[in-house]
Ligand binder design. Structure first.
Ligand SMILES: C[S@@+](CC[C@H](N)C(=O)[O-])C[C@H]1O[C@@H](n2cnc3c(N)ncnc32)[C@H](O)[C@@H]1O
Length: 216
């Protein structure tokens, strides 16, 4: 099977300056939730995994792309056991193995059935009180947000036709808010980024709790 990120891997970290503040908020959320063992599904070049491990979290990254994983190793700071090659729809881990699971900019680029399969697997490997952290696109409500989305759309378009189609369909369906509220997930907290075009969503499976919506 062709490596979807084969060519892109070496350029992927060029976008990192934009991601740094968002990743910091995610690290804070993982710490606040008290998650000690965390799986970063679709970890890409491993930046988030490395940052969490520096904080003492037992984080493991999983990705399908060997090119992205090679890039993660090349950057340094990650040993082989911190990275696993695998498919997000068939995670090679036993049930209830993790306190936290991250899906960062992974869901928007998949067709709806794959997105659902990824969330089913997330639920399976999370402990009953485990936390799901989703970083992904949201439907902006302001003019500034729509302008930012226009710029982000150009980046997504560069990733290929199939990728771009999924991105558009994801947003038309209501983005991450709609995805999580349509499943059996309870949204515990939501932080907005990039003028409302992306968010960090903290969710747990099943039971209800208060939802906090914080828009900086
Ligand atoms: C947009 S990148 C996000 C990378 C990283 N999570 C981040 O926030 O920078 C999407 C990643 O998902 C990976 N991916 C795509 N389909 C996958 C699958 N079925 N299983 C595991 N990883 C997959 C790609 O190889 C790529 O590294």
């Amino acid at each position: 099977m062709a490596d979807e990120y084969g060519t892109f891997a070496r350029y992927y970290d060029w976008m990192e300056p934009v991601m740094v503040p968002v990743r910091r908020v995610l690290e804070g959320a993982v710490a606040k939730a008290g998650c000690r063992r965390v799986l970063d599904v679709c970890c890409g070049t491993g930046t988030q995994v490395a940052a969490l491990r520096r904080e003492g979290v037992r984080a493991v990254g999983l990705d399908l792309s060997q090119a992205m994983l090679n890039q993660a190793v090349r950057k340094g700071g990650l040993c082989g056991t911190a990275l696993v090659r695998g498919d997000a729809t068939r995670l090679p881990f036993p049930g209830a193995a993790f306190d936290g699971l991250i899906l960062s900019f992974a869901l928007h680029e998949k067709p709806a059935p794959i997105r659902r399969a990824m969330l089913v697997e997330a639920h399976r490997v999370l402990k009953p009180a485990g936390r799901l952290f989703v970083l992904d696109y949201a439907q902006p409500v302001t003019i500034a947000g729509r302008i930012v989305l226009g710029v982000l759309s150009l980046v997504e378009r560069r990733a290929g036709r199939a990728h771009y189609r999924c991105f558009r369909e994801y947003l038309q369906a209501g983005g991450t808010d709609a995805l999580l509220s349509s499943g059996n997930w309870t949204l515990l907290e939501r932080r907005s980024f990039w003028k409302g075009t992306a968010g960090l969503y903290l969710a747990s499976f099943g039971h209800t709790a208060d939802t906090k919506d914080r828009r900086p």
